[in-house]
Design a protein around this ligand. Sequence first.
Ligand code: NAG
Ligand code: NAG
Ligand code: NAG
Ligand code: NAG
Length: 400
Amino acid sequence: MKSLFTLLMFVITSQCLCGRITPDDGSNFNVLTYGANGDGNTDDSNAFVKAWNDVCGTTQGTPTLIIPEGKTFMLQPLSFQGPCKSTTIQVEVKGTITAPKDIEAWKWKDNKRRSWVQFSKINGLAVYGEGTIDGQGAPWWKKYHDGDSNRPTAFQFIGCESLTISNLNHINSPRNHISIDSCKNASISNLQIIAPENSPNTDGIDIASSSNIIINNLSIKTGDDCIAINSGSNFINITGVLCGPGHGISVGSLGKGGEYATVEEVHVKDCTFTGTTNGARIKTWKGGSGYARKITYENIKLVEVKNPIIINQNYNPHIYDSSSEVVKVSDVTFLNIHGTSVNENTVQLNCDPKIGCDNIIIDHINITSVAGGEPHASCTNAHGTCSSSYPDVSCLSDNK
Ligand SMILES: *[C@@H]1O[C@H](CO)[C@@H](O)[C@H](O)[C@H]1NC(C)=O
Ligand SMILES: *[C@@H]1O[C@H](CO)[C@@H](O)[C@H](O)[C@H]1NC(C)=O
Ligand SMILES: *[C@@H]1O[C@H](CO)[C@@H](O)[C@H](O)[C@H]1NC(C)=O
Ligand SMILES: *[C@@H]1O[C@H](CO)[C@@H](O)[C@H](O)[C@H]1NC(C)=O
């Protein structure tokens, strides 16, 4: 009886879902009808916010904010704010969204400058389309090199549940391109993220305080981490990422400034690193506490990577003394990792003397060095097992 009811409900809901395709059911909100100009220079923020308020306030169909193709919309820092009335909301980006070109032209509501476009507390949000998000980062990178590091994230998602982001092109963020903060159940796929190799801190995706995040099929070429997984994150699956140039896929840094940090259940699979400074990396600061555990890097291809496998539990060791706390690193598996390194030191496991790293498993690794010399591994206080590995990582000892 119950399953019959479920089936009936399913049939009814699927028909309702089909209904949303009809364009004139009052669920599409095109920014042009709200007075957006789309010439790339006029400030279109007000039109976007007005359109958003209607999208967020309706329950009809699947409310969709339409950003049409063939136009470039200049937006000042703004926030798409939830919660919304509908349980699903779409933002269809077919055109280009650009930040102001000159730093002087940015208008801030406060001086924190944390983000350019923010999506906050919206559940069931899908942002998609073949459009481009252009953060106009160049003048900010220059400012950074002149000593000012206060720059915004391009797209920031805060407190969003059941989020999908797909098919977009993100370019030239002032700082990181996408930040996922305090979100649950997100799927991020088919994105291209591009910024110059020498642009500072232009991470592809940063994840913090979030869980059940699936990332699939991304191409990321930036000046910093392709993906960084920060404190409070767990159950993060990453597959099919082409990374490079960039700094690899990193857990951390964790424990900065004495922070209690936790990351667990991170699985990185079927990814390729090309010309990156790091490949699989875990980094924690001395003085922090908490843990990074149950992390796997599996089926990884390396093309001329500088530090293919690296755990650093002593990130910035100079700040703290030997009595400092340490973020525990354990249950980390590197499985089936092949390719080339530009260094000879291809596996670096640099752990703290007091707490060490436990249960590090290295299996089916073959990393050759294009530097010409014999590749080798180095371990400090790293415990675990190694099998079928070139170079041999016999410095991993089982005794603690
Ligand atoms: C997770 O999010 C997707 C949309 O991205 C949604 O269809 C699904 O129902 C969500 N699952 C849970 C358990 O909330
Ligand atoms: C992967 O993403 C790209 C866009 O970056 C897209 O063109 C391609 O079709 C996607 N591949 C799959 C298998 O979905
Ligand atoms: C995440 O990856 C792990 C390890 O590969 C796998 O067991 C798990 O089913 C994956 N979860 C999802 C939701 O894909
Ligand atoms: C490692 O890879 C190189 C290059 O592909 C190959 O020549 C070599 O035989 C491999 N070594 C092992 C131990 O599999």
